[in-house]
Design a binder for this molecule. Structure first.
Ligand code: HPA
Length: 271
């Protein structure tokens, strides 16, 4: 299926954009999809792409967008697939494998997350330094595709140190406050309990979400450079006494979106 999808997209690209080869892939998280509206040379709805699922979460559009941003050719996922939607974990990471085959070498993963670290405030941005896979599943389970990566890939630098530093330097240059920390992924879709968040804090997590980790594992396995940026949209359960809602998450992402877009655009320029 992977080759069928890649051939389909290569045909669409060459019909519309000639010899365009995307070098940077971006996964746009909840409420952060606007970048793909601003820059779009070609879009392909997921419903037309063989092997892709159709994203169902509100705040996610569900299309692949090809564009040039600050001199770099990029492919953006405007909306991702989540495990909690009922997709198999293989379907969740399938687009990352497609990006790799299309030529992407650097992957920028973004998400909306809850703040586990009590020093974080809603609409803060955080560069991910490491993750904890608490989803209870690993996307590499099954027969290993040796042409993409090895059976037992090292995850000690799943997030590329050079890109973490570049993101910090870029934020500093732009005057954007940037937090850094460990992202823990729960399967969702229920938000966590206060007890689970206390556990996450003891584990060493700073932010919590329901995505990103499967994609980062596959990208690192496939030897892509990876950088992750979370928009802290709320204090995680029990960190403050406010109750959680998806609407508030989207609102906080909206407050952060201009800063977020600026950071991503400048990061792309300097990659
Ligand atoms: N928990 C999990 N996922 C999230 C949260 C949260 O608090 N906020 C945004 N996505």
């Amino acid at each position: 299926m992977l080759q069928t999808t890649v051939d389909f997209l290569r045909d669409r690209i060459s019909e519309n954009l000639g010899d365009f080869v995307p070098e940077i892939g971006i996964v746009l998280g909840s409420g952060l999809g606007e970048l793909a509206d601003e820059y779009c040379s070609l879009f392909v709805p997921y419903s037309e792409i063989p092997g892709f699922e159709t994203s169902t979460v509100s705040g996610h559009k569900g299309r692949l967008v090809f564009a040039e941003i600050n001199g770099k050719k990029v492919v953006m996922m405007q909306g991702r697939f989540h495990y909690y939607e009922g997709h198999s974990i293989q379907k969740v990471v399938f687009p990352i494998k497609v990006m790799k085959k299309l030529g992407v070498r650097t992957l920028i993963l973004t998400n909306a997350a809850g703040g586990v670290n009590p020093a974080f405030n809603p609409s803060d941005l955080m560069v991910i330094t490491d993750h904890i896979n608490y989803m209870g599943i690993n996307p590499l389970i099954g027969i290993n595709d040796d042409s993409m990566g090895e059976r037992f890939p090292d995850m000690s630098e799943a997030y590329t140190p050079r890109l973490i530093n570049l993101t910090k330097k870029t934020a500093l240059k732009l005057g954007i406050d940037l937090q850094e920390g460990v992202y823990i992924a729960f399967p969702g879709p229920s938000y966590e309990t206060p007890a689970e968040i206390r556990m996450a804090r003891i584990f060493g997590a700073d932010a919590v979400g329901m995505s990103t980790v499967p994609e980062a594992i596959v990208a690192s396995w496939a030897k892509m450079d990876v950088v992750g940026i979370s928009c802290i949209c709320n204090s995680a359960a029990g960190v403050s006494n406010v109750s959680l809602s998806h609407e508030d998450v989207i609102k906080a992402a909206d407050v952060a979106k201009d800063r977020f877009k600026l950071l991503i655009k400048e990061l792309i320029r300097s990659i």
